[in-house]
Design a protein around this ligand. Sequence first.
Ligand code: HEC
Ligand code: HEC
Length: 227
Amino acid sequence: MHIAKVLAPTALLLAVFFVAGANADEAKPPAEAKPPAAAPPASVPTKEFQAKATYCQTCHGLSARGFIGTNPMPRLAGQQPAYIKNQLQAFIDHARLNPVMGNVAHVLSPAMVEALSKHFQALDPPPYGGAPKDLVDAGQKIFHEGVPSADIPACETCHGADGHGKDDFPRLAGQLYPYVINELTNWAKLRGQDPNKPDNSAIMAPYAEKLSKDQIAAVAAYVSYLK
Ligand code: HEC
Ligand code: HEC
């Protein structure tokens, strides 16, 4: 992809800068940091799109690799467009509960949702890191083999052997350790909250529920280091 090639070095550089110098709560892109020059679709004016994409970066990081501040801001880089679109819609519908993202998403037009969903796929910053390394081996086993005794299938069945996901199945590779723990621990409270709008969160729900605290921490550590 042409755009990806042009973007990658800048995005990487900015990622390092962002992590070294910024605080998520008051994170603003530094003055010299230009937002990635992604091509918006014809249905969204370029200026409007760039302004929105820059706004997303203030929390999700300049290269969208996520940021751990007071709350973890998940990685969006490399995420499947179909999954991002589903989540933005779920925030708009209040089927997925998060006060911050509820406010962010509900002002987006359908064309902007479509455009933003595709925006992050080409970004490929290195994983944020920071998870306990001693959990990785146990997590690797769960990811690739599941937990047969608890009837939990291998995560790779749906999320891909490389953790990159596909279409509605999200990428987990490089996702932030504390974010994954929070989502899996609180799945039933955060996702699928509108009984009139059943969504894909129901596919993941039984596994999130069956995983123990230790298993969640292990698999979260493993995926957080996947490139
Ligand atoms: C003020 C901070 C903030 C801003 C600005 C922001 N986000 Fe978020 N976003 C979050 C937080 C926090 C979460 C995690 C929610 C949770 O824990 O469920 C999140 C979650 C998400 C998710 C779900 C990710 C996943 O893996 O399921 C998507 C998609 C998303 N944001 C897209 C965007 C887009 C697109 C924009 C710009 C229009 C944006 N966000 C702007 C804070 C922010
Ligand atoms: C049968 C398919 C399937 C299996 C097996 C599966 N998942 Fe999922 N998972 C999904 C789907 C579908 C979603 C997206 C749900 C949505 O759109 O609300 C998801 C979402 C997730 C998320 C949220 C990602 C984000 O960015 O917020 C995490 C974390 C996750 N799965 C971890 C796991 C782990 C760990 C395992 C193995 C123990 C696993 N999954 C096994 C289908 C599966």
